[in-house]
Design a protein around this ligand. Structure first.
Ligand code: UDX
Length: 450
């Protein structure tokens, strides 16, 4: 099948590569000439496991092409994906200007019937706007070409994007009527062989499904972070509580890990966007407000613990920081807790020596060269002469470090762990002051240190 994908960001590129891999002929269109030139040579702008070979192989096989020429893309596609960004505008609503610009572009060049697929995460009602935009432009051109618009939100996780896209849990497709269903079935047939993944529904429900899924997941995390803070005050251990409640299948073990707050390009943005949508429709979304507030506070938790131990003035102190990305296996630092932490430490006069396996370039790009940030090549180098170690991301290589070496390198044996990687008792035996999230032991340590 001939597929066109507008927007080669995270979602667009992964989707395009995966559709090419199963045999479709995919043309990707983006306005960024540099990105297109790089991709043509197989250089991909993001770090995502398995993506580089997939892109390379499919370019070689002639199934994956990149262009800045929208006319070529529109001419090619039996289906046209809109996968451009929807950044939050000032009030947190999703900004639709890129989505609508692509809709207009499609209509400007369209000369055969097509199915337009909204893949970007867009507020409820966007498909209507896309449809109107295309219709208006076709009318302006004085042509009558049949087209359908469907909503087909993406659920991939960064770091597992290729696998998620290859083996989706579900494929949500919102349609206005039955017309586009056969084309959609054909498009997704390779992913739908073993059991039925396609869930057809109306367009608005599909659009809301995406937000409801992300907001539900964000709610689970904020709920657990609230329980963790409570556990700390009560001298209980949230890790025991997590296992205790996860064993109830109605709750489940997934996505109930407390930590230093959720980040990334989706949860913070989508929670805010759904809040705005609710408010614009005269509804106060109390749970969503709480989810957002708890998360913002949770990002302050590590700086708070640092101040509890070292006092409010951190002038002259250096902190080793392990993990900058918002989660492991990605170089993405959007809304990462590490950034809130670093900014607070800098404000209090401290310097940071940081290591991350993938995200250091991103951090460098954002903060530039500065005296109070040193990015180092190994986790060991980050420790050298630092006052304490702080962990923000649970990369595998941080899970079983050489604790004796950590002790030797640090000025004081102090660890602030935003991801609960270690056992408090073991850390105490090894002579560390160990602060974690919602663990009774670390609370007792804090109390002792008063
Ligand atoms: C998320 C959704 O999972 C995905 O379905 C959607 O399409 C896009 O948004 P992603 O942003 O890639 O994907 O990250 P995810 O793995 O969901 O993690 C988000 C954040 O939540 C991370 O900062 C992570 O550290 C945090 N998290 C996750 C927790 O703090 N605790 C958990 O139990 C799980």
């Amino acid at each position: 099948m001939k597929v066109t994908v507008f927007g080669i960001g995270y979602v667009g590129l992964v989707q395009a590569a995966v559709l090419a891999e199963v045999g479709h002929h995919v043309v990707c269109v983006d306005i960024d000439e540099h990105k297109v030139a790089q991709l043509r040579q197989g250089v991909i702008p993001i770090y995502e496991p398995g993506l580089a070979p997939l892109v390379e192989d499919n370019i070689k096989a002639g199934r994956l092409e990149f262009t800045t020429d929208a006319a070529v893309g529109v001419e090619h596609g039996e289906v046209q994906f809109i996968a451009v960004g929807t950044p939050p505008d000032e009030d947190g609503s999703a900004d639709l200007k890129y989505v609508l610009a692509v809709a207009k572009t499609i209509a400007q060049y369209l000369n055969h019937s097509t199915v337009v697929i909204d893949k970007s995460t867009v507020p409820v009602g966007t498909a209507d706007k896309v449809r109107l935009m295309i219709k208006a432009e076709l009318d302006r051109r004085g042509v009558d070409i049949a087209f359908d618009v469907v909503s087909n939100p993406e659920f991939l996780k960064e770091g597992a994007a290729v696998a998620d896209c290859m083996r989706p849990d579900r494929i949500i497709v919102g349609t206005y009527d039955d017309k586009p269903k056969d084309v959609i079935r054909e498009l997704y047939e390779p992913f739908n062989r073993n059991h039925e993944k396609l869930i057809f529904m109306d367009v608005r429900s599909a659009e809301l499904t995406k937000y409801a899924a992300n907001c539900m997941l964000a709610t689970k995390i904020s709920f657990m972070n609230e329980m963790a803070n409570l556990a700390e005050l009560l001298g209980a251990d949230i890790e025991a509580v997590r296992k205790g409640i996860g064993s109830d299948p109605r709750i489940g073990y997934h996505f109930i890990y407390p930590g230093c707050g959720y980040g990334g390009s989706c949860f913070p943005k989508d929670v805010q966007a759904l809040i705005r949508t609710a408010e614009q429709n005269g509804y106060q979304p109390n749970i969503l407000h709480a989810v957002e507030n708890v998360n913002n506070k949770q990002k302050q938790r590590l700086p708070q613990l640092v101040h509890q131990h070292f006092g409010s003035d951190l002038t002259g102190r250096t902190f080793a920081l392990w993990g900058l990305s918002f989660k492991p296996k990605t170089n993405d630092v959007r809304e990462a807790s590490s950034r809130v932490l670093m900014e607070q430490l800098w404000q209090a006069g401290a310097s940071v020596q940081a290591f991350d396996p993938e995200a250091m370039e991103e951090i460098q790009r954002i903060y530039g060269v500065r005296d109070n940030l040193t990015l180092v090549g190994t986790k060991e180098a980050a420790l050298k002469n630092a006052d304490a170690l702080i962990i923000c991301t649970e990369w595998q290589q941080f899970k079983a470090p050489d604790f004796d070496m950590i002790k030797q390198q640090l000025k004081q044996a102090v660890i602030f762990d935003g991801r609960n990687l270690y056992e408090p008792e073991r850390m105490a035996r090894k002579g560390f002051s160990y602060y974690a999230i919602g663990r009774g032991e670390s609370v007792r340590k804090i109390n002792e240190s008063y």
